[in-house]
Design a protein around this ligand. Structure first.
Ligand code: HEC
Length: 138
């Protein structure tokens, strides 16, 4: 019995350490959003750092969703997705019915999971999720 208990404890320890390592390597990427307060300002920071390389005002002229700070909010709230035109990009209070959030987690989407080049760290996805859940306010 003791053997099983200690095996379990070691397993928990290993998993805990593993999470830490992931967390630290996230930090080292150098583009983390701190502090992670649930505000539109922090959501926009994620868009600016992680999305506008592709989703910018220049590409928007080619019918592309722009996430630049001056237009992102207006382009998202209660605006239909181009890929799935029965779903809003952001539907306040309903992250699971917000196409932008679905694209971040890769759930029931057309095309690829966003950002195209690498997934967002979990806590940045959670920040966007909670912001939508709280009403997606400016
Ligand atoms: C390397 C380029 C690139 C980056 C970076 C990128 N995207 Fe995209 N995004 C695309 C392309 C290309 C499409 C269309 C094809 C597809 O969905 O795979 C797209 C489509 C989308 C759509 C669907 C738009 C609609 O109207 O249906 C959303 C939402 C989206 N991206 C959100 C994001 C968010 C949020 C980020 C940052 C966290 C991001 N993207 C980062 C290239 C990118």
């Amino acid at each position: 019995m003791l053997k099983y208990v200690s095996f379990f404890l070691i397993l928990v320890f290993v998993i805990a350490c593993d999470n830490n390592i992931e967390y630290e390597s996230d930090e080292l990427k150098g583009s983390q959003i701190e502090p992670l307060e649930i505000t539109y300002e922090n959501v926009q920071k994620i868009f600016t750092i992680k999305c506008i390389a592709c989703h910018n005002n220049t590409a928007y002229s080619l019918n592309y969703l722009s996430l630049e700070a001056d237009v992102a909010f207006d382009n998202l709230i209660n605006i239909k997705s181009q890929q799935r035109n029965n779903i809003d990009l952001i539907k306040p209070f309903e992250p699971e019915n917000s196409y932008l959030y679905m694209k971040l987690i890769g759930n029931d989407i057309e095309g690829t999971k966003m950002p195209q080049n690498s997934a967002l760290p979990t806590r940045e996805i959670e920040l966007i999720q909670k912001w939508i859940q709280e009403g997606a306010k400016l």
